[in-house]
Write a new protein. Sequence first.
Length: 289
Amino acid sequence: MGARPNNSTPAEPWTEDDFRPVEAVIRTRAYGGNLSSQRLGLIRARLKERLIARGLVSFQDFHERHLLARTDGPGIQLLIDLTTVNHTTFFREPAPLVRLAEGLSSAIRVRNPGSGPIRVWSAGCSTGQEPYSLAMLLTEMVLGLGPDAVEIRATDIALEIVRSAARAMYTPRELGDVSPERLRRFFLRGRGTRQGRFRLSPEIRRLVTFQHFDLRAAAWPLPAEFDAVLCRNVAIYFAEAERLTLLDRMAQRLKPGGWLVIGNAEIVAERPGLLERVGPSIFRRVPPP
């Protein structure tokens, strides 16, 4: 896709016509799955606000200076941050999460002290509720749990979301699915400028590290093997062929016997070759013969 020809009449700033080249980039990169006209309108309004704050004068200005010039630069990242869906809650779809925590807690108890921590990857972690929920469950199940026993790596394509997750600050509305007992045990009330917000305790935060990268990347900058991978309600944003490839790649990152947990509503047309289904939305890597 190139810039407008020099002899064409530029579109009026901030109109739908002005936005069209940016929309083409969004659709080509397929951020956030299928985009309705209503969602595109929302993205357009949010992007306009950001660009005006940065001194840009039109969508065309942004397209030519920041999208055409650098196909993997800050402009593209801004579009990713604005178009990806980041809805999540604490203890979402609890049954498979609890089952995974029970399996991992058993593995933690019997592991050899010198064998390193149990490693978990939360892919598409959004604002952090999923990996933090797992960390809270494991802390309740294993006395004296620390990063020497379990290491949770959480990743997301949206850079701003990863930064927000690492801060671990939440509003009362975002904590609606956290019981009063867990709220008292695992959260600190904000003071001063943080009044009315809650931050996860260091006990939980130290178990989770965050990393920004795209699951579609050719190489994944992650450790070689995990004991479990959580990839819930992420694959639905991939085409069917991409979805199976994604799950196959994740299966290859699992240790024999390791768990892969997907979303309850996600349908996998074929079972990835290295995995066997052991429950609704739960797979395990088949040990070698």
